[in-house]
Design a protein. Structure first.
Length: 134
């Protein structure tokens, strides 16, 4: 069972808005999407064409599907998820339970396509790191 760890929605909105204006991405995925608040922000407020989430908790997925019905939610874990390369922006809150920060970042970045944007919010840190994948 994983603990839900919230992050400032305003900080997330501001950072994702900046990324949207700078790179004009079309697709967004949240690794560890919980109940879908980041997906809602990406789809409804910032108008991403395609939003998806990866979540292992089935109760969270049920809520997310009600909250953001257009979102595709993958009920799997990071190690089994291979579709990261389909997305322009990948967001995660670190660390995901069971991974060190460096292992988590490595697993995500090695699956991302060149030119995509990795956004990482860290526990107890108000800054969201932005990395362009080369």
């Amino acid at each position: 069972n994983y603990n839900y760890i919230p992050f400032s929605h305003l900080a997330f909105f501001n950072k994702l808005k900046e990324v949207k204006e700078k790179y004009n991405p079309k697709s967004f995925i949240d690794i560890g999407s919980g109940i879908g608040t980041k997906l809602y922000i990406a789809k409804e407020l910032l108008k991403f064409d395609n939003v998806s989430g990866v979540e292992i908790e089935k109760e969270f997925i049920k809520i997310c599907k009600l909250f953001v019905p257009e979102a595709k939610i993958y009920n799997t874990c990071l190690t089994k998820f291979e579709e990261i390369s389909n997305y322009d922006v990948v967001y995660t809150y670190t660390p995901i339970k069971g991974f060190s920060v460096s292992d988590q970042n490595k697993k995500i970045k090695e699956k991302m396509k060149p030119g995509s944007v990795y956004l990482e919010a860290m526990f107890n840190n108000p800054i969201i790191r932005e990395t362009i994948i080369s």
